[in-house]
Design a protein around this ligand. Structure first.
Ligand code: SF4
Length: 292
């Protein structure tokens, strides 16, 4: 079954009257959310997925509706210092009407529009691309291990199978838009842990020549995750420390080794050094199985 954000919008977004935005947060100036640009970043609240490591779990759910004019005032105050606006979340494409309307206004100010998405709602991406409202899309591809199988049932999104279908549609339409010159920048990002390294080759082969980013993952337990609903804050901190001590993030060297096995140039993002471009050592590429 194909899931549309329309199902969710009726529940989450419509409060009557002008479009309102379920607000998650705002960073007035960022130099890390769009390579080569100073931007402001708007976080839209709500996400149907429950990644085990989510850095923004506080805005996975809940309501903080604001008038779109209030949001635009924040952006307007940042405008003299930035050349673009990045929409992040949560999952920003969940709020299709609000996102499209915000992107229209941002474009009208002469600013570029960037989007960070998990790819769950391709029809929102289509609306943005068709309206020439987005310049850059970074699609964060979730693997089954990370938790798209833990999609929140109450959000009506169904199973992980829907995520796979939807993200494939999102990639296909961004790839096509890129080829046709309607989308200037598109990249696929994966957050890499020891446990999901096996999925990386599969994703790399699926996306072909689309720029690929390997992002260092950091273990985290999700308080909003239904696997740990009742723990205290102290228990949460303690469990997180133990988890991080026993399962430290992959090192830069280990991430490079994964890139070598993929046999492709990637960008590698780590907490220690930020982001680099890495040209893999093709001699170390793992042999591919012959297709019969
Ligand atoms: S897709 Fe995952 S990491 Fe992104 S906001 Fe949702 S739960 Fe967090």
């Amino acid at each position: 079954m194909y899931i549309s954000s329309n199902n969710l919008r009726t529940k989450i977004l419509r409060h009557g009257g002008p479009i309102r935005v379920n607000f998650g947060g705002f960073v007035p100036l960022s130099t890390i959310d769009w390579r080569g640009r100073s931007v402001c970043t708007l976080f839209l609240r709500g996400c149907p997925i429950r990644c085990s490591y989510c850095q923004n779990e506080a805005i996975q759910e809940g309501e903080d509706y604001r008038d779109i004019d209030e949001i635009m005032l924040m952006i307007t105050e940042s405008a003299p210092y930035v050349s673009g606006v990045v929409f992040s979340g949560g999952e920003p494409t969940l709020q299709k009407d609000a996102l499209v309307s915000l992107a229209q206004r941002v474009k009208g100010m002469g600013l570029a529009v960037g989007l960070q998405t998990n790819g769950m709602f391709p029809e929102t991406l289509a609306a943005l691309i068709d309206g020439q409202l987005v310049d850059r899309i970074a699609l964060d591809y979730k693997t089954q291990w990370e938790g798209f199988s833990g999609i929140e049932p109450g959000m009506g999104c169904g199973t992980g199978e829907n995520y796979r279908k939807n993200v494939d549609r999102s990639i296909a339409l961004c790839r096509k838009a890129g080829r046709e010159g309607r989308l200037k920048e598109f990249e696929v990002v994966v957050t890499v842990f020891y446990e999901n390294a096996d999925y990386i080759r599969e994703i790399s082969e699926k996306i072909g020549s689309i720029p690929f980013v390997l992002q260092q993952g950091e273990h985290k337990i999700g308080r909003a995750n239904r696997t740990a609903p009742d723990i205290t804050h102290g228990e949460y901190i303690c469990t997180k420390r133990n988890l991080q001590a026993n399962h430290p993030p992959l090192t830069l060297k280990e991430l490079k080794k994964i890139a070598d096995e993929l046999g492709r140039t990637v960008r590698i993002r780590t907490r220690e050094i930020g982001e680099i471009s890495y040209e893999s050592d093709w001699r170390r590429r793992a042999p591919r199985k012959r297709k019969r």
